[in-house]
Design a protein. Structure first.
Length: 542
């Protein structure tokens, strides 16, 4: 103890609070201005006793070789302490305040002193307070996962996670300490001295001296949590109140090292058992790859948001079922759409066939020689259209010729008499006498007609020969007069003038225009009023 008073004279040793295979831990205190502060001091002797020196000498090693051997061991421990010191400030890592390495003056060996924050180790806390509850066990897991994440983030693998190296602060926080210090001593002395065996918390790949990574620490922590959730018993050992023998512990170790599936811990629910068993997987590829992932699942369990593999599988099946139903609905909708599209196409084809074959033909001509001011003239052809591409039937040609002759004669009469003819009426300039054609001819066509596919557009034919054309957006677009030019054929001529600025209704160069219509039956009429003279539309009587 003289060495301690020499290196930290302001500190006083109060009592021995712990002792293990590789060292002793003392409570120490310091008073400053009436305030007493406490810390822990750990003392490690290298070698532990003279028997270790004698064992090396019996192997033929001289004093220089033996000194170098133990000096190497001491340096390894100093390196581990330096690792802990580099993590100062980490919330769940034991805080190292200072350390010293002192060489013995009376023989081969060194003494290492480590001053650190005063904490209670988990084993001592368990003995005084009983086994931790399920919730407290989960808190231990989360806190130590946080410490391991900090270590692994600095490229450090602890290699010796076990209850003896977990400490509890007076504020209820759990911290990880002894970063490989005991493991460094164990590695140095295992093959030479009497200490034998493998740590019960060691990962299988570490025990087999295979390549390992940070997931080895996850295995050790998982097994520690398993023990606290299983009435303080490791897997494959007898359950309380049955005693546990050394043979039971050895069998438990061998079964775990062989990769045998662990039973669920007795006091964990399905979700927590799934988390802990995954952390304890013998196969590193099936284990949590990092402490962070284990911590995430423990926090989800604590918050009630963790989903077990069985729950996830059920949710996945439900999502797949909904997706199948949605796809089937889309398929049915596509089929219905295709059926409707085909029905519309068939209906359009039937209407077109009826218009071309079962109804009437429509022909258009311009009376270029008759001097009718470029008016469009539409006439009724016969009920059946002849094949296109050949000459028109002889009777159709005769009808066209006769109609052109009649129109020419009518124009000549108008010019000679100086009268104005509108829709079968002739009015003199002074209107003292009026003589008109028989407006009653075709009077049965009077009324309101509309486009059934677009109810906004309409034609109003009055019995006295006036007419108007319009739609729902603009009202009356054009107005004028109408007259029957072929009573037998049901051909009607419109003479119109636009009433709104709808230039698309005009003839080029004038605001007055003529259009043609044909009354096919009592309730059906086709006309050329919409947009261009080349488009015929069907109107029905309202």
């Amino acid at each position: 103890m003289a060495d301690f008073e020499t290196i930290w004279p302001e500190w006083r040793v109060e009592e021995l609070i712990g002792q293990g295979s590789y060292g002793k831990v003392y409570r120490i205190s310091r008073e400053s201005m009436g305030h007493v502060s406490y810390a822990a001091a750990k003392m490690i002797d290298i070698p532990q006793d003279e028997s270790e020196v004698a064992a090396l000498a019996s192997m033929g090693m001289d004093s220089l070789s033996i000194r170098a051997y133990f000096e190497n061991t001491a340096q390894g421990i100093i390196n581990e302490i330096a690792v802990m010191e580099s993590l100062k400030g980490a919330r769940n890592v034991v805080f190292i305040e200072d350390y010293r390495l002192i060489e013995r003056k009376d023989g081969i060996g060194w003494t290492i002193w480590i001053r650190m924050e005063l904490l209670e180790d988990l084993v001592s806390y368990q003995l005084s307070h009983g086994a931790p509850s399920v919730d407290e066990t989960v808190k231990i897991g989360i806190d130590i996962c946080n410490a391991l994440e900090c270590c692994h983030g600095h490229g450090i693998i602890h290699r010796d996670v076990k209850p003896e190296n977990v400490f509890r602060s007076k504020f209820g926080e759990y911290k990880l300490g002894d970063f490989g210090i005991s493991k460094q001593i164990e590695t140095t002395t295992r093959t030479t001295f009497s200490r034998k065996g493998t740590s019960q918390y060691m990962a299988p790949e570490v025990a087999r001296e295979e390549r390992y990574d940070k997931s080895a620490d996850v295995y050790s922590l998982g097994l520690m949590l398993y023990r606290y959730l299983n009435d303080l018993r490791l897997p494959f050992t007898p359950q309380p109140p049955n005693p546990v023998t050394p043979a039971d512990m050895q069998e438990s170790l061998l079964r775990r090292m062989s990769g045998e599936t662990l039973p669920a811990p007795r006091n964990a629910d399905e979700a927590l058992a799934e988390i802990v068993l995954r952390a304890c997987e013998a196969d590193p590829n099936r284990r949590y790859s990092s402490a962070g992932r284990l911590m995430d699942d423990l926090e989800k369990w604590r918050d009630g948001t963790y989903r077990t593999a069985r729950q996830l599988a059920k949710e996945r099946r439900e999502a797949e079922r909904r997706e199948r139903e949605l796809e089937e609905k889309r398929f049915r909708e596509r089929e219905a759409y295709e059926r409707e599209r085909r029905r519309v196409e068939e209906l359009e084809a039937a209407l077109k066939e009826r218009d071309e074959i079962g109804s009437v033909g429509r022909e258009q001509t311009w009376d270029d020689a008759g001097g009718n001011d470029g008016a469009e003239v539409g006439i009724l052809a016969k009920d059946e259209i002849e094949e296109r591409g050949g000459d028109k039937p002889v009777n159709l040609r005769h009808m066209l010729a006769c109609l052109c002759l009649l129109l020419a004669i009518a124009c000549l009469v108008i010019v000679v008499t100086g009268g104005l003819s509108r829709c079968g009426r002739a009015v003199t300039d002074d209107e003292d006498t009026a003589e008109s054609t028989d407006v009653a001819v075709g009077g049965e066509y009077a009324g309101e007609w509309y486009v059934p596919t677009d109810t906004d557009r309409y034609i109003v034919l009055s019995a006295d020969g006036d007419m108007s054309y319009g739609d729902g957006n603009h009202g009356v677009i054009a107005s004028g007069e109408w007259t029957v030019i072929d009573e037998g054929a049901g051909a009607i001529k419109f003479t119109l003038k636009a009433t709104v600025g709808n230039e698309q209704m005009f003839e080029e160069g004038t605001d007055e225009f003529t259009r043609m219509a044909h009354v096919e039956s009592e309730d059906r009429m086709t006309a050329q009023l919409y947009y261009s003279a080349g488009e015929w539309e069907t109107y029905v009587r309202r």
